[in-house]
Design a binder for this molecule. Structure first.
Ligand code: ZN
Length: 165
């Protein structure tokens, strides 16, 4: 697990973001911000039923629509590039919770349920190797905004210690 955390109080860079800042003694780690450009998608409620012909007749299969697959491919490329720049990998475990903020900026005419917004971005973070498991993304804050010019998902990750946020 690694990342370069920056103290929000004195801007000191230190690797163990879950500990107090070694310079000023405060616990105010700045979040790492990752951005996935493109119209946000949801995993749930967006699957489509397709007919698959087989030996014994047709069967129905539920598949993710092309735009969701495309979003995941694009998200992976973007996140990997940003992770390399930030030096962030393998974050989060039971002793290192990640306070997580997901802000989805919907594109023109988009309507997504807020309760479905976090799943795809958290899945992408995990596939990109930035987090070990989205189970440790806790507490999780979800916001739905709109930006027709630059639709995207911004994700903030910050070391979280229970009782201190
Ligand atoms: Zn500090």
């Amino acid at each position: 697990m690694s990342a370069d955390w920056v103290c929000g109080s004195c801007w000191h860079k230190h690797s163990d973001g879950w500990n107090d800042c070694p310079r000023c003694g405060k616990f105010e780690p700045r979040p790492i911000i990752l951005t996935i450009h493109g119209n946000p998608v949801t995993q749930k409620n967006s699957r489509q039923l397709v007919r698959i012909p087989g030996k014994h007749g047709e069967r129905l299969m539920s598949v993710a629509p092309p735009e969701v697959k495309q979003w995941h491919r694009a998200a992976l490329l973007q996140l990997k590039a940003q992770a390399a720049q930030l030096g962030a990998s393998g974050l989060g475990d039971e002793k290192h919770l990640l306070g997580t903020t997901v802000i989805a900026y919907l594109g023109k005419g988009q309507h997504l349920d807020a309760d479905n917004i976090a799943a795809a971005p958290l899945d992408a973070l995990q596939k990109a190797g930035i987090i070990l498991n989205d189970y440790w993304c806790c507490p999780l804050h979800i916001y739905r905004e709109r930006d027709p010019v630059r639709p995207r998902v911004d994700i903030g990750l910050a070391p979280y210690r229970e009782g201190k946020e």
